[in-house]
Design a protein around this ligand. Sequence first.
Ligand SMILES: C[S@@+](CC[C@H](N)C(=O)[O-])C[C@H]1O[C@@H](n2cnc3c(N)ncnc32)[C@H](O)[C@@H]1O
Length: 308
Amino acid sequence: MNLLARSDALDLLDHVPPHSAQLAYLDPPFCVGAQFGARTRGSGWRAQGPMAYDDRWASLDAYLDWLAPRLAAVRECLSPEGTMWLHLDHRAIHEAKLVCDRVFGRRMQLGEVVWTPGNGARGARRGPAVTHQTLLLYAAGRDPVWNARDRALREPFADTSLAMHFTQVDARGRRYRSRSIAGRTYRYYADDGRAIGSVWTDCPAMTANTPLRREATGYPTQKPLKLLDRIVRASSAEGALVVDPFCGSGTTLVAAAAVGRRFAGSDVGELAIETSAARLEAEGVRFELRLCSPACQPPAKRASTRSS
Ligand SMILES: C[S@@+](CC[C@H](N)C(=O)[O-])C[C@H]1O[C@@H](n2cnc3c(N)ncnc32)[C@H](O)[C@@H]1O
């Protein structure tokens, strides 16, 4: 059963059995030092709507101290084939990598993806403007899922390469090239395309942030469905459980359901849960909604709930 819970990421294991998830995508606050309001149509699609979440911290260390136990909870819920994707930007990614190394083990890092939202360059007064965000991938065990042949992880060969090398045609009319490597001959088909690399420029953030597009909810920092579709397809099999403990507007959950994965999404924010729930309902996705997490109650009540 799919699940949407109003819950602190710290309490993920209250909702997800240990070692059960194949993919965890984490898009937490980035340590920006600001509060984020929702965009509403009545306000000209500016961020003047209700407060979505607070991304202000006493210091970078305070932020990392907050992040570390939540990464550890995610690590516990991943199966041996599981992968964690942590999405941040220049403000905390380097220090967060060291935290990930501690929680997952340095050798468990599978790589990183540089994603360019395509919003243009701003604030370049003291150095190059930052036009990318970074996603770190860590394996939970020895056998992480990586669906290299999925179409979402392929791109067309360059025109010059097609013209120069893909000159043969098989009995079914498919263009291919042959290459001999260490005494063996391999055949590469033009319509299979080539593997995409680690710099992703083809998932514009604008699709999630303009009222002109159906997928935009007005939730701040909403990520594009195309980005999450690729991540879900890359690191999970059909029927597997996908977890997003900072689900915001529910992008991961919608992307997972669309390709036959189960999901468990949670967020501490009321607006996030409302937005995710409305979005999933609009897509006709069935899910269980849990609203009464101890994490979302006032601290005094939370302490007594925990000790009971
Ligand atoms: C960058 S946004 C996620 C956006 C989301 N990926 C999307 O596409 O809409 C970060 C989210 O983390 C949530 N958050 C902040 N602190 C949290 C916590 N302790 N536990 C769970 N969620 C939290 C915020 O409410 C916010 O929705």
